[in-house]
Design a protein around this ligand. Sequence first.
Ligand code: FAD
Length: 540
Amino acid sequence: MVSPRQNQIEQLKSQNFDLLVIGGGITGAGIALDAATRGLSVALVEKGDFASGTSSKSTKLIHGGLRYLKQFELKVVHDVGQERAIVHRLAPHLVKPEKMLLPIYRGGTFGKFGTSLGLWLYDFLAGVKKEDRRKMLTVSRSLEAEALLRKENLLGGGLYAEYRTDDARLTIEVVKTAIRFGAACLNYVEVTNFIDENGQLTGAHCQDFTEGNAFEIKAKTIVNAAGPWVDSLREIDKSLNNKRLFLSKGTHIVVPWKRLPLRHSVYFDVKDGRMVFAIPRQRATYIGTTDQPFKGDKGAVFAENPEIEYLLDAANALFPSVKLALSDVESTWAGLRPLIYEEGKSAGEMSRKDEIFISKSGLISVAGGKLTGYRKMAQKLVDLVLKQQRQTPIVCVTKQVALTEVPFANMQEVLDFQRFIEAKLSALDDPQTTAIYLTENYGRIAEQIVAQAFSEGKKSDEALVLAELAYCLENELVQTPTDFFERRTGLLYFDIQRVQRHLEAVLLAFQNHLNWSSAKLDAERAAMLDLMKKLRPWSV
Ligand code: FAD
């Protein structure tokens, strides 16, 4: 019998696509969606799982980037700032408003006046609605907002609007939406070389890692959206010139919310002059990030002890009473920013602007940029593809394309739905947190997942996890337990105990669904256990 995956590969082999996108991070996913909604035939291949590169390793903010204001990158702040409200509207359950507190200390990056003016400009550039605009707080109001702040030298604070998301979930929702519009998107397929006819690319050689087949995809235009791997593909295309990527590593750590019980996200100064976020997220709080040049294996990027200690020191300096220790860290992640190299600038100083390179062979490479600006970046790129293909311009419609099958109209609907789900989970521990988690991850599909989980009458957390898995196996192209625990659910970062509790049941469900041999089951178990160790490097 031909597997559904094999069917998809047959489809990829049989067509001459308008566009082949290489890379299933947010950039590639956004481009595939934009092109598919404008009527182009689109193929997208991803060598690992969707979002397995940088797009599951960010700070998970849909933000204008206050730091860019500091660097006078007003256009970046304007463009990505405006995008926040758009992406929120397209998926309000997944891109949620989040108040950010910027505490002001004597001798800090922004003084009181600077913060007030900076946040005003930030709101102005991003077109923030009146009711959401920044509020300046006195010392006592700042402490009312966050009681754990260091009191010494505190001058006040600025409270302003941002949005929080889950980067990997956002990516998969964009991929699923692209598929709904007819794009053929497949994970675990790597582009290994290009097909060149008379100096022009006409397709790519691909390798499928799940069933071991090599095959070709033909396309009129090829877009290289390979994030940190963009230059590897430019090298294959022999088009790597002096405009190159510069990879900067950023690490985050996760502690239990109970150990750092914040009410708001906080963006704060660190003694080396950098700024770091501390972000509450249900039962956890995460802290990040670092910004260090990276030269190692792009496929194996993990937090290292000095980075973890740097982040713990940063948090302890701002919240001195909590005294976080290594033993509080439950999980970590680290990713690579694919920045455009600029002579003489440090990692932190380099621009986060996106850039497009077009090679002689016609390969279009896109790099830099931010999660937040993915939709706009995709629009720009597809405009270019249409121009190159001499097609009549077709208007970009992604501002109107909801990133879920049955969308929520606004935040109130999200909150009402969350309460509805919470009522159904009353037999479980902490139904509120689980309801928020399910709604953020799956939107209205959460109802279907809960119904399936409890269909046999037994209301357990394990039944719920297995119903989530069943949904992801059927609808989200999940191939391995890591896909599920790291990128579809985020549990590996934010609730690692839940992973430990349900790992065996999940492995067995995979075995049944994908007909795994016991050797394959053992290999997948070993891969998960190894990954969990790498996320806690001090314990190895
Ligand atoms: P990736 O997500 O890396 O995707 C590229 C994909 O291409 C990979 O999955 C890879 O496997 C695949 N690929 C590579 N080679 C091949 C091949 N030959 N064949 C097939 N597939 C291939 N932005 C924000 O807006 N908000 C934030 O809060 C934020 N925080 C950040 C924090 C950190 C620490 C970092 C590192 C970045 C942050 N960013 C943030 C930036 C944002 O995460 C990135 O701009 C974005 O995720 C890049 O996405 P991408 O699709 O270009 O790259």
